[in-house]
Design a protein around this ligand. Structure first.
Ligand code: NAD
Ligand code: MG
Length: 344
């Protein structure tokens, strides 16, 4: 079983007198910065020049600067800019300021594991990856609730990397919930595999294919949308709350019987073999190289796929049907606006 750390395993004293430089005040960055500051840690922030990124961090009362200055001043340099740009910013702004006593911190292992970033052996390299979006990490912290994180140590030049990592985890609130030890390799490969085969790729393809199957068979797209997409949330909520078993307990016996007998027919042995191939491409670095090359070439193919997918019938039908259900919008304000727009 995995090694799990709790509150008593971390001591904020290990960050005393240290400066944490948060590079990138985005989803993760703002949450780490605010939570650490509330925990008594000295935090400085680097953001791109201009509005709104810098303004937000300044309004929150942080000293905001260029990445190079933050990297120079920080004892811990926390890389929370988008993964595809990390290597470039690392090379230009961070690497020149590295040396003994510095700790590089990541929230995802991609660039270190696939060696797009290769830090000098004199620095500590750790990962703290909260298992939720940044905004939720901040929100729950203010309510006194911690979010589980993963901790990994790639380089321990100082012999203190684990102490630093656990103090950091305590500072963002994660030790309250529990911090699971992993490696950069495990976190990176399982993260990519999960998003490709289930969370993003798998679910999108499953939903779209089922929707197309019904529409091609002559059923109304609106009905296909409800059955294959809309109701997915109800099912996922049940699975999230109590596992697959709880979902099966909650649906009808007819649905449960169809689940056991037809699910494995759709997701069959061939799909399992395909999943193994997808995993192999992740492990070998083929996927990572392909994605970084795509970025280097200006993301033309990526943007084409995005635009084509956004024009799919399921999106057109969905945007109409969601107007009938303003309560599914994220805020009351949006809901009211959506309902008003629908009535016009
Ligand atoms: P984000 O896109 O929300 O924010 C990135 C921020 O970096 C932006 O504010 C952007 O203005 C800033 N930025 C871009 N280039 C910069 C530069 N050159 N100098 C300074 N700032 C710059 O990113 P995110 O989703 O918070 O992801 C950050 C890291 O956290 C990634 O490694 C990601 O894999 C990881 N992560 C994200 C989540 C999540 O919930 N979003 C969860 C776990 C891990
Ligand atoms: Mg993930």
């Amino acid at each position: 079983m995995a090694k799990v750390y709790y509150e008593q395993d971390g001591d904020l004293k290990n960050l005393a007198g240290k400066t944490v430089a948060i590079i990138g005040y985005g989803s993760q960055g703002h949450a780490h910065a605010l939570n650490l500051r509330d925990s008594g840690v000295k935090v400085i922030v680097a953001e791109r020049a201009g509005d709104p990124p810098r303004t937000k961090a300044k309004e929150a009362g942080f000293e905001v600067m260029e990445a190079a200055e933050a990297a120079q001043r920080g004892d811990l340099i926390v890389v929370l800019i988008p993964d595809p740009v990390q290597a470039q910013v690392y090379k230009e702004a961070i690497a020149p300021h590295l040396g003994p006593g510095k700790t590089l911190v990541f929230a995802h292992g991609f660039n270190i594991h696939f060696k797009f970033i290769v830090p000098p052996p004199t620095v500590d390299v750790i990962m703290i990856a909260p298992k939720c979006p940044g905004h939720r990490l901040r929100e729950l912290f203010t309510e006194g609730v911690g979010v589980p994180s993963l901790l990994a140590i790639e380089q321990d030049a100082s012999g203190r990397a684990e102490k630093t990592g656990l103090a950091y985890a305590k500072g963002i609130g994660s030790l309250k919930a529990g911090v699971i030890r992993t490696t950069f390799k495990e976190e990176t490969e399982t993260d990519l595999f999960g998003e490709q085969t289930v969370l993003c790729g798998g679910v999108s393809a499953l939903v779209t294919t089922a929707f197309e199957t019904l529409v091609e068979a002559g059923y109304q797209p609106e009905i296909a949308y409800f059955e294959c997409l809309h109701e997915l949330k109800l099912i996922v909520d049940l699975i999230y709350q109590g596992g697959i078993k709880y979902m099966r307990y909650s649906v009808s016996d007819t649905a449960e019987y169809g689940d056991y007998t037809r699910g494995p027919v759709v997701i069959d042995a061939r799909v399992r073999e395909t999943m193994k191939k997808v995993l192999a491409d992740i492990q070998s670095g083929v996927f990572a190289k392909e994605w970084m090359d795509e970025n280097a070439k200006g993301r033309k193919r990526f943007l084409e796929m995005r635009s084509k997918a956004s024009e799919h019938l399921i999106e057109k039908v969905g945007s109409e049907l969601r107007k009938m259900m303003p309560w599914i919008q994220t805020s009351k304000k949006e809901a009211t606006a959506a309902q008003a727009a629908a009535r016009r």
